[in-house]
Each structure stands twice: as C-alpha cells, then as structure tokens.
Ligand binder design. Structure first.
Ligand SMILES: NC(=O)C1=CN([C@@H]2O[C@H](COP(=O)(O)OP(=O)(O)OC[C@H]3O[C@@H](n4cnc5c(N)ncnc54)[C@H](O)[C@@H]3O)[C@@H](O)[C@H]2O)[C@@H](O)CC1
Ligand SMILES: Nc1ncnc2c1ncn2[C@@H]1O[C@H](COP(=O)(O)OP(=O)(O)O)[C@@H](O)[C@H]1O
Ligand SMILES: [K+]
Length: 500
C-alpha cells in the first residue's frame, strides 16, 4: 500500500513539475509521412525551384555519403531501374567509383529518352555488366535502385530472383517491391541492411511487413523546401513526441480537473479492470473509480487509492464530473450489453476494449470515443481485411465515429477524419496478457485530463511503448508482466524524453 501511495505521490509530483498547455502540434513537419503520390506532388513542386537533375544528384550524393560512412571499400553492384530511382543509382555508381570503389552497374530496363534518369545514366562512364546473376552473387554489396516510389505492380519474377541472390542490400528510397503507402510486399522485396530515403519517410517505411525490410532507415535532406508540405492534405504521421503534448499539472489543478477515470469492473475476470486502474493511478489520474458488477471485495482490497462504487451504474453516471469511462477489460458480453449502452446514452467518453469485441455488432460501438482492438478482435467485429489495414481501420473509424487504436507491433491510431499515426515505439515484450488493459488505463487518464481523443490515444500508445522499454531495461531477464508496466513507468524519465 505504501508503495502504491509513494508511486501515486511520485506521479503527482512529476505532473506538478511540468507546466504548460495541451497544445496539439500536429503541424510538426518532421513527423509527417508522405504517401508516394504526395511525394510526387512534392517532387513536382520542388522541381519548380531546383531542377530534377539536381535533386537526383543530391539524392545519389546522400546515399553515397551513408555508404561511405558505414562500409569499407568493397565490390558493389548497382542495380538501376528505368525510372528516377534508377537515376539515383547511376549517380551513386559515379560517386562511389570517384571515391575509388570497384563499382559496376546492372541496368534493369532502359530510362526513357530525354528523361532525367537517362541523363544520369549517360554520366556513368564505368562498367555496365550483362550477366547479372553472376555479378549479384559475387558483389559484396548490392545497391537496389530498381524501383522506389513508382512501383505500380508486383515485382517481376526475374528481378525477384536476382535480388534473392544478393548477400547484402542497400536500398535507395525503399527496397524494391514494397508498397510505399501500405508497407505491403508486392511479390517479393529484399531485406536491406540500410535504406536511404529522401525528404520525408513514407508510411510503408514503418508499416509491417515493410518495416522489417528497411534495416537502418535514414531520411536525408536533398534541398526540398519544407514549405512544399503545406500545400498537401497530410494524413499520416509517425507517432512520436511532438505530434502531441501531454497536459502538465497547473497550480490551480484539483483532482477532477486533473481527470477522473471510471472503470467497469467485471464480476468474473477482475484482473483486467484492476490493471487498467493500476495504470491510471500510476499515470497520475485525479481519481480512479471501479464500478464492480460483482465481486466487490476483490476490488475494495486492491488499493487504498482506488475508489470502489457501491451504487448502481444508473445512479453513478449522474455525476457529471466523471466523464471518462473504460468499458470492456474483463467483461463478458452480457456485462458489456448491460453497461455500454447506458454509458453511451449518458454521453460519457467511453474507451471500449476487450470484452466489447466479442461480437460482430458494429452498431454497439457507435458513440464510443476510442476503441482499442488487436487484429484478432478487429477482424471479429469488422471482418477480414480486404485491402490493407490502414484502409480497414479508417473505414472502422468512419463506421463507429470512434478513434481506432489497432494494436500490434505497428499500432495504428486512426481518427474518423482520416488522420493516421503509426507507432513503432514499442518493445515486443509488450505482447503479454494484460498489457492492453494497461494501455487502456493510460489512454483513459490522458483523455480525462482534457486531451482530445486522437492525441490521447497517440500519446498513450507511445508512453505504453516507453514503459515497455523501461521494463526491458529494469528486468532484462525476467518475464514481462503487465503490472510491471505500471511499476516501470517512471514519469519523470518519460516526460524528460518527451520534452527532448
Ligand atoms: N522526382 C524527383 O524529383 C526525385 C525522385 N527521386 C527518386 O525517384 C524515385 C521515383 O521515381 P519514378 O517515379 O521514376 O519511379 P521509379 O523509379 O520507382 O520507377 C518508375 C518506372 O518503373 C516502371 N515500373 C513501375 N512498376 C513496375 C513493375 N512492377 N515492373 C516493371 N516496371 C515498373 C514505371 O513504368 C516507370 O517507368 C524515388 O523513389 C527516388 O528514388 C530522387 O531522384 C529525388 C528527386
Ligand atoms: N510484437 C509486439 N511489439 C510491440 N508491441 C506489441 C507487440 N505485440 C503486442 N504489442 C502490444 O501489446 C499490447 C497487447 O494488447 P492486448 O493484445 O489487448 O493484450 P491484453 O488483451 O492481454 O491486455 C498492445 O498495446 C500491443 O500493441
Ligand atoms: K529501391
């Protein structure tokens, strides 16, 4: 009990330290991700001030610098496609050869006559080889400049077979075969050990399975002006601090202003609601209530900091100060049906999780604020994914009117207006029972503190990931337990990292 109180006080103190306002900084352009189509628009806009030949030279130079930084001179085969990605490849070939490296080029397709890529190809005076299979096997490094943003269909089998033979691959812009918007593999894609892209990353760099193919991802400035972004309707961001800002404790705060979190406690599976409550307490929520649907004793004995409701839900919801409710962790479908409609009808901000995803009744979720399914739960409710998971999550957000947190190693946070944040800040050790309940408690606390829905969900997913990393650090050899996620949360450290 003392420890919990200590943690509670520690959290409060941490919150007291950091003043400021809840300003959403979606305009942080560093975190913007551009779809291949948007990148084309940016390229066109940039070409008005800098010739494409120069952009290509900058791109090739950027890739060359990253190679020189990381590798000792060795035999390199540069595979150049017919488009501008290939054009970048010819520049890399010329610059690496100039640096004294043994380089040869393998041309896959011919650049269009008069194109910028053709110009770059003509500048290449070194060796161009024909028997690509043999050269790919021999080369110490293969630079994949076959297709970048312009890949339109599945990779040709011959190209796939060639890339399969490469020992070590460096990708220009993105490994050939990965869809820059969805991260899906079109036929085949190599596993690069280094990927150098330009100006801004694309969603496909961070979405799985594409992310696994990037190796080290480096985004280089090639002199495209930042303001070219402002003409575009941005829909994708990388989920990192700067996309959102968490509200800090103000001198005039009191517990309800800090935010009250209320949780429906199941009668049978009581651990889930307790984990959500534990996370909310450790996050520094102003108040945390559990409304038990039975088994009151187990909740009452849980923590001195937790308030257990004795009155029925119909009475408790009259309290206007208790705006944010968690419904789902540890609940049976019967318990969900008994409580969720009441909360929605009362106009509460509901975070719906776990137990609410036991049926395919989408209508039941309409009116909730945030839903947090993992992929299995998502499919149960919304059906199989036909196109890609971002499109599916967007449709689900529109259908329900809720922010969709599609959990996984690349958690998506999708708003009904189409905004998508992609989270890569998470340790695989988060994959443990109860970890999702912990996330729900964190989201609830941020929502209750006044952050908007999408921003609360984004910040919570990132902080949950950070807690996972802290667990990795604190208990590197131990099994990960969800309640350790609460214990490992060191708000001071996390907030310091957010501020940096
Ligand atoms: N446009 C610009 O200003 C800049 C573009 N850059 C580079 O340009 C790349 C994009 O260039 P592009 O738009 O020319 O696209 P790509 O170079 O990726 O490829 C487009 C070409 O490949 C063909 N193609 C597409 N899919 C194919 C498939 N499955 N099988 C066979 N052929 C296929 C297309 O018909 C087209 O000829 C970026 O990835 C980046 O590397 C950089 O040079 C920086 C500046
Ligand atoms: N491989 C992984 N890498 C990073 N995070 C993961 C991975 N697998 C699961 N997670 C995260 O762990 C949490 C698991 O949630 P969930 O499956 O709902 O667990 P539970 O229902 O047991 O609480 C989610 O936040 C998810 O994003
Ligand atoms: K490529």
């Amino acid at each position: 009990m003392c420890r919990v109180l200590f943690l509670f006080l520690q959290c409060s103190i941490n919150f007291m330290f950091y003043k400021g306002h809840n300003i959403v900084k979606n305009q942080n352009t560093d975190l913007v991700l551009l779809t291949p189509l948007q990148m084309q628009i940016v390229d066109k806009a940039a070409a008005k001030t800098i010739p494409v030949k120069q952009l290509m030279e900058n791109a090739g130079w950027a890739v060359t610098q990253e190679i020189l930084k990381r590798y000792k001179p060795c035999s390199v085969l540069i595979l150049c496609g017919p488009g501008n990605n290939g054009g970048d490849g010819y520049v890399v070939a010329r610059l690496l050869a100039k640096a004294g490296w043994p380089v040869c080029v393998g041309a896959i397709g011919k650049p269009k006559a008069g194109s910028d890529a053709e110009y770059a190809a003509r500048q290449w005076c070194g060796k161009t080889v024909e028997n690509l299979e043999a050269y790919v096997e021999k080369a110490s490094l293969v630079v994949d400049a076959i297709f970048g943003a312009g890949l339109t269909s599945n990779l040709d089998c011959r190209i796939a077979d060639l890339l399969r033979k490469a020992k070590r691959v460096i990708a220009v812009d993105i490994p050939s075969g990965i869809d820059g918007e969805t991260g899906q593999i079109k036929g085949y894609a190599p596993y690069a050990e280094l990927t150098v892209s330009f100006f801004r990353a694309k969603p496909g760099h961070y979405l799985l399975p594409g992310r696994e193919h990037m190796g080290v991802l480096v985004i280089k400035d090639i002199s495209i002006l930042t303001n070219t972004i402002f003409t575009i309707d941005i829909k994708y961001w990388l989920n990192e601090p700067g996309l959102w800002e968490i509200p800090r404790a103000e001198i005039e705060d009191y517990k309800y202003r800090r935010g009250a979190v209320s949780i429906i406690g199941g009668s049978q599976m009581t651990g889930a609601a307790r984990l959500s409550a534990h996370a909310a307490l450790n996050m520094g929520a102003g108040l945390v209530h559990i409304l038990p649907l039975g088994n009151n004793e187990i909740y009452s004995n849980f923590s001195a900091c937790l308030i257990v409701d004795n009155d029925p839900l119909e009475d408790v919801i009259q309290d206007k100060r208790r705006k944010v409710w968690v419904c789902g962790p540890g609940l049976s479908i019967k318990e969900v049906r008994r409580t969720l409609p009441i909360l929605i009808a009362a106009g509460k901000k509901v975070i719906a999780d776990a137990g609410v995803f036991q049926t395919d009744q989408i209508d039941m979720l309409k009116g909730t604020s945030i839903i947090t399914p993992h992929m299995g739960e998502f499919k149960r409710v919304f059906g199989e994914i036909i196109e890609d998971k971002v499109s599916a999550a967007r449709q689900a957000a529109v259908k329900t009117g809720a922010v969709v947190v599609l959990k996984g190693a690349d958690t998506l946070i999708v708003a009904p207006d189409g905004r998508v944040a992609i989270n890569q800040h998470a340790s695989a050790r988060l994959a443990t029972a109860g970890s999702g309940d912990t996330l729900t408690g964190i989201i609830a606390t941020l929502l209750a503190s006044g952050m908007p829905e999408w921003e609360s969900a984004c910040a919570a997913v990132w902080m949950h990931g950070e807690a996972g990393y802290l667990c990795d650090h604190s208990w590197p050899n131990a099994e990960m337990l969800a309640n350790n996620l609460g214990k490992a949360r060191d708000n001071a450290k996390i907030i310091k990292k957010i501020d940096n």
